[in-house]
Design a protein around this ligand. Structure first.
Ligand code: NAD
Ligand code: WQD
Length: 335
């Protein structure tokens, strides 16, 4: 299949690229490199052992999208491109709505015009807001609590409406939990610009002595050890979920297909620190601080639907995730 990856140079997109090439798909990346580096493309070439086709461009550029879809005879789009920092979205909501929501509308218009009927969207567990029950299944009420989350929720609504007006369209909405880890080669991984917001990349920089200590945001949650619990999923398992979702769209008649992509198992911040110590032999200095605004105590997925319908199964452990993230950090001497 000829597949366009918007945001394909980013963290999840680049890992998905590798898995799609592995399944012999033709893949083209479109990215504006606002949150990724072009060096990722060279690393991808080392992994897949062939030139990477890419376009430097923006999903807000309608004529570029139209040209790209037609030139590469694109049959399916996986839409990763988006801004994703929760705190930044609170300070710059219009930038988030424009990039994520207007960008997606633009992309859908181009798909409509080019008659591209398969679309996979990167959504997030953030659309569920504060969990009302656990594990979170796909029927859990939706209640995003920050502008970033609301962009994802709005896009989901737009996709549902769009599918009602275009009967050929087959859409997969993938709600990721906490993607972590890196490619087994150590050549690509999570490399956020500036000080990381997320636990694992922050921890890697502490281990690498770029940051002095990890701040644990709260140790008096109603959890066994008092620290927050999340569903960390290896980025390669996540990438393989996209391949399965795309193949599923070839066979389904259902217009909208929503899947949680998580492991179904929660780990606390302290367990992640211990896993790092065990897997890599490095201990992480930490200090307990107050709770971070907007954080919930516990969040993990019910992933039965993806397992059953997509025949997908996450295989990597928390230690695999941590080990691979550390390999990437060391191999690339990220500073
Ligand atoms: P990322 O920032 O590493 O990758 C996104 C890519 O999109 C970047 O390469 C960026 O340069 C590109 N991009 C952004 N806006 C663009 C635009 N207007 N035009 C073209 N390219 C653009 O992020 P990621 O972690 O790989 O996330 C990918 C998607 O998954 C995002 O939509 C994100 O919201 C979603 N998601 C991520 C997580 C996570 O924790 N990483 C969790 C849930 C959902
Ligand atoms: C995990 C746990 C923190 C950093 C975010 C987004 C969500 C999704 C995934 C995109 C929590 C604790 C963290 C630190 C800590 N992204 N923590 N010290 O908040 O679950 O989800 O990324 O869609 O939308 O909100 O992930 O990695 O930031 O936090 O103690 O320095 O680690 O309190 O319990 P989160 P995270």
């Amino acid at each position: 299949m000829n597949i366009l990856l918007t945001g394909g140079a980013g963290y999840i997109g680049s890992h998905t690229y590798c898995e799609l090439i592995d399944k012999n798909h033709n893949v083209i990346i479109l990215d504006n490199f606002s949150n990724s580096e072009k060096t990722v493309l060279k690393q991808l070439e080392l992994i897949v052992k062939k030139p990477v086709e890419y376009i430097e461009g923006d999903i807000l550029d309608f004529s570029l999208l139209k040209k790209t879809l037609s030139k590469y005879k694109v049959e399916a789009v996986i839409h990763f491109a988006g801004l994703k920092a929760v705190g930044e979205s609170v300070n710059e909501p219009l930038r988030y709505y424009e990039n994520n929501v207007a960008g997606t509308i633009n992309l859908l218009k181009a798909l409509d015009a080019a008659k591209v009927y398969k679309f996979v969207f990167s959504s997030s567990a953030t659309v569920y807001g504060t969990p009302e029950y656990l594990p979170i299944d796909e029927e859990h009420p939706l209640n995003a609590i920050n502008p970033y989350g609301r962009t994802k929720l709005q896009i989901e609504t737009i996709l549902k409406d769009f599918s009602c007006s275009n009967f050929d369209m087959k859409i997969a909405i993938l709600r990721y939990f906490n993607p972590s880890g890196a490619h087994h080669s150590g050549l690509i991984g999570e490399n956020p610009k500036g000080v990381p917001n997320n636990l694992v990349p922050y921890m890697m920089q502490v281990a690498n002595h770029q940051l002095p200590f990890l701040k644990i945001y709260g140790d008096n949650y109603q959890t066994p050890d008092g620290s927050g619990i999340r569903d960390y999923i290896h980025v390669t398992d996540l990438a393989l979920g996209h391949v399965k979702a795309l193949h599923f769209l070839n066979s389904t008649q259902t217009p909208i297909n929503i899947f949680n992509l998580g492991t179904g198992k929660g780990s606390s911040v302290l367990e992640v620190i211990q896993a790092f110590n065990k897997a890599c032999g490095v201990s992480i200095p930490f200090k307990v601080e107050g709770k971070r605004d907007g954080d919930v105590a516990v969040c993990y997925a019910k992933n039965e639907r993806a397992k059953k319908v997509l025949n997908w199964q996450p295989v990597f452990s928390l230690e695999d995730m941590i080990k691979s993230a550390w390999k990437f950090q060391q191999k690339n001497k990220i500073s």
